[in-house]
Design a binder for this molecule. Structure first.
Ligand code: FES
Ligand SMILES: [Fe+2]
Length: 359
């Protein structure tokens, strides 16, 4: 029997992994191609009201959205002027750093007034903001993946797959843990055989791993392939699908509140034929990635999060390392040295299973 203190329903608060807290990481808030110059977008992430806009110089900005003058939401009716946003209620102007720049009916701005601003980066066709549970500055930069810039790959916009599932009922932790879960590929994603971990190499702030797997294709019952991936904090997961038609996918999870997130994928595949527009396998595999995520979704939305899962020795070792790695980003987390797994390592002993259940 699983005791209630060992279980957290997706997103619920309790002990163990701190789903009731948000991890410090880079999180996607938009795609670059959907944020035109002058666009203003209301956002609700991390239990906060936020506004995203693109200034006239092209710089994306994320601010706390509630105007401290009388409480209007800058994301609903605010407009961009230069690099600033102007409140729709009484015209107070706020800079991209959150400072008060102008009060149209006062002689000078309120120099002491400031609204919260967040570091923003634009990389791999995505707009990312830094969330920090201590409101500190970023301690690392988000990675750039060459496929999103290479002429050998179809451009994400307009030819790749950029898809969002809004307000899904789980936390980033569920999605990131999928990477250590080699056994689910056969049952959820219908791969031909149980995948094998080639390696797991946790580092700060990236967790690199690779699965060896076997795909079913319409032509072949079992094609060998690799799934190398990288997690960067709790907000970003990149993996490559190699073996059928080289494809690179970014999965991002941005928490709305403790129980809900926006899930996005960005997929680009290699242009093997030098065509202008993807077709054939390149197109099929990019579109197919939506279906693969939709196979995971009902599991993630309805699963309980077990603080002490019952695992095989192989699973236990991978999960123990991954969970220890994720813990570093949550409040109270400290950087730790973690061991790697290499395929040629000796088989884990049964004691690994006991270790995983203790954590
Ligand atoms: S509420 Fe924003 S200017 Fe008054
Ligand atoms: Fe999955």
């Amino acid at each position: 029997m699983v005791r209630s203190d060992e279980v957290e329903m997706a997103g619920a608060s309790g002990s163990g992994v701190a789903f009731h807290e948000f991890a410090s990481s880079w999180y996607q808030v938009a795609w670059s191609h959907e944020l035109a110059v002058g666009a203003v977008v209301p956002l609700r992430y991390f239990g906060r009201e936020l506004v995203l806009y693109r200034g006239e110089d092209g710089t994306p900005v994320v601010l706390d959205a509630i105007c401290p003058h009388l409480g209007a939401h800058l994301g609903h009716g605010g407009c961009v002027s230069g690099g600033d946003i102007v409140c729709p209620f009484h015209g107070w102007r706020w800079g991209g750093d959150g400072s008060n720049v102008e009060i149209p009916y006062a002689r000078r701005p309120n120099k002491a007034a400031r609204i919260g601003s967040y570091p923003v980066r634009e990389v791999n066709g995505c707009v990312l903001m830094w969330f920090d549970h201590d409101d500190a500055e970023p301690t690392w930069e988000p990675p750039r993946f060459e496929e999103f810039y290479s002429a050998d790959y179809f451009a994400l916009s307009p030819h790749g797959t950029a898809h969002i599932w809004k307000n899904v009922g789980f936390a980033p932790q569920h999605v990131m843990e999928n990477s250590a879960d080699f056994a689910h590929f056969k049952f959820v994603h219908k791969n031909a055989e149980i995948a094998v971990i080639d390696y797991v190499r946790p580092d700060w702030p990236v967790f690199r791993y690779q699965m060896a797997t076997t795909y079913r294709t319409p032509e072949e019952p079992s094609v060998p392939g690799e799934l190398p991936g990288e997690m960067w904090g709790l907000g970003l997961l990149m993996f490559r699908v190699l073996g059928v038609h080289d494809t690179t996918q970014l999965v991002t999870v941005t928490p709305i509140d403790e129980a809900h997130s926006d899930l996005r994928i960005s997929v680009v595949s290699r242009n093997t034929d030098g065509t202008e527009v993807p077709d054939g396998m390149a197109l099929r595999i990019m579109r197919h990635q939506i279906k693969e995520i939709e196979r995971d979704l009902p599991i993630w939305e309805n699963m309980a999060y077990l603080n002490r899962p019952l695992l095989t020795p192989d699973e236990a070792k991978a999960f123990r390392i991954l969970r220890a790695w994720t813990r570093q980003f949550y409040p109270g987390g400290e950087r730790v040295e973690l061991e790697s797994i290499e395929r040629d390592d000796p088989q884990p002993a049964d004691s690994d299973l006991a270790d995983a259940r203790r954590e």
